[in-house]
Design a protein around this ligand. Structure first.
Ligand code: ADP
Length: 461
């Protein structure tokens, strides 16, 4: 029980006329008690002085009313009996804690209260606070309970936070409109410009020039189409209407194809500026753990198609969506890396921290005796501008773009990673971003491996 140091002030007592001092004191004490009583009753919050075993010593008028009782049937009774909980104190009553620690405590409760002339019952939120009263020996001797109706304060807080959320939503809408209109406007402006020039100067333009202009129109239309597709895809993911077309997918092959395509695009747009590599760290034993039956070989750092005799690193998923996920990560790696960038895709078995711990005990089986599903990690690493640490998780938010010169200069809706995250989650996996110590960033996608038999693997996507 809490103890508090206690100072005893020396009292100056005149011995000249003890009798009159005593009677003055008695009168004074009576007046003080009356004043105290008045003050106590003037407090509009219910307030009571309680013994350590919850009995009411004194209660103000508001407390008596709050307990729906009379003063005569209030003082001397345990507060929980007055509250008609005959079995004992309320759950989470702060009184024992205040007695133990000597510090105030509180509990929240909701009570239906009649409101208005019709007396409609409305939920009110109350906080019951307990404050310690220390005795001469510094121990908690009594407890003051004050009940505060915080309904109005809560309503105000809620209104304020709703207003804040609305302001943020408005700001988001404004930013979104800005981004979307820019991303729609710039290809549209190209289409319009090239088409108008073709119309106006058709005869003066050479065949090569006409071809170039038509090519630009096609590219801008593709861009426009992809912006619209992105927005539709996001909306399908948000409304939960996207269906996965699932089948076993050979992830190594998918990774190699995505890297080859990214390399072709990069060579066209920025000749000789980027180097691409693919690495698979699947060792034979780990491939077998995934249920894949073929013989294994470890291969890395080349783009040749090593498929054929090698075993399969397969997941059950939507090949088209997984491919476009890899395409997006690779496109970002190029987009956010200066010239000379090195882009690597690494596939490897992913170990959960718990798997490692479990292996020391019972051989990695779960509570039901099943081995946990093996996981594959696909890493897309670059040597680019990296991501500020506080933005590493925010880059997966819709329309979020890190504000850097390179981002501002590059086209983008800020939807690619938001879509990637939802697609990965639909496949039962997870995705996150990290910065690489040597510079650049790495995106990690972890997916559950599917057990594939050799003959099943023959026709895999
Ligand atoms: P977009 O590229 O269209 O802006 P994304 O959703 O793909 O949208 O990416 C969101 C933001 O994350 C980008 O604007 C960029 O700021 C940051 N980002 C994504 N990938 C990388 C990367 N590889 N390196 C650095 N920053 C990146």
């Amino acid at each position: 029980m809490a103890r508090r140091s206690h100072n005893t002030e020396p009292r100056a007592v005149s011995d000249s006329n003890m009798e009159s001092v005593d009677s003055a004191r008695t009168r004074g004490a009576a007046t003080a008690a009356a004043d105290w009583e008045q003050t106590f009753n003037a407090v509009s919050d219910p307030m009571a002085l309680l013994t350590l075993d919850y009995r009411v010593v004194r209660a103000n008028a508001a407390y008596v009313a709050w307990m729906h009782t009379t003063r005569g049937r209030c003082e001397g009774y345990a507060c929980f009996v007055l509250g008609e909980r005959h079995e004992g104190p309320c759950a989470h009553c702060p009184l024992p804690q205040t007695v133990e620690t000597g510090r105030p405590g509180f509990v929240r409760q909701v009570r239906m209260q009649p409101e208005g002339s019709a007396g409609v019952l409305v939920p009110h939120i109350y906080e019951s606070w307990t404050y310690p009263v220390f005795g001469e020996d510094g121990r908690v001797e009594r407890v003051v309970e004050i009940i505060k109706d915080v309904t109005e304060r809560e309503r105000l807080q809620q209104v304020t936070s709703e207003a804040q959320a609305l302001r943020e939503a408005d700001q988001l809408k404004a930013e979104l409109l800005g981004t979307v209109s820019h991303e729609l406007r710039s290809p549209l402006a190209s289409i319009k410009g090239y088409a108008a020039t073709l119309l106006k100067h058709e005869r003066r333009l050479s065949a090569d020039e006409r071809h170039e202009f038509l090519q630009a129109i096609v590219e801008a239309s593709d861009r426009l189409e992809s912006v619209i597709d992105r927005m539709l895809e996001m909306s399908q993911l948000e409304t939960g209407s996207m269906q996965l077309d699932s089948s076993p997918v050979d992830l190594e092959r998918l990774g190699r194809e995505a890297v080859r395509a990214a390399e072709r695009r990069a060579v066209r747009a920025y000749p000789d500026q980027f180097t691409f590599t693919v690495e698979s760290q699947f060792a034979p034993s780990q491939r077998d753990a995934a249920g894949n039956q073929d013989a294994a070989d470890h291969h890395s750092d080349h783009l040749g198609d090593s498929r054929g005799e090698g075993p399969l690193v397969a997941v059950l998923g939507d090949a088209r969506r997984l491919r476009s996920l890899l395409d997006d990560l690779l496109e970002n790696a190029v987009k956010y890396s200066p010239s000379g960038g090195k882009i690597a895709v690494i596939l490897r078995p992913y170990e959960r921290a718990t798997d490692v711990a479990e292996r020391h005990t019972d051989g990695a089986n779960d509570a039901a005796g099943r081995a946990p599903t093996p996981l594959v990690e696909v890493q897309v690493r670059d040597t680019g501008i990296g991501i500020p640490p506080d933005q590493l998780s925010r880059v997966f938010d819709r329309f979020h773009r890190v504000d850097t010169r390179l981002t501002r200069e590059s086209e983008g809706l800020g939807l690619g990673l938001a879509i990637a995250k939802r697609i990965v989650e639909l496949h039962g996996g997870s995705i996150w971003a990290e910065n690489v110590a040597e510079g650049g960033s790495s995106f990690h996608v972890v997916l559950p491996l599917a057990p594939i038999e050799a003959e099943e693997g023959a026709g895999l996507r």
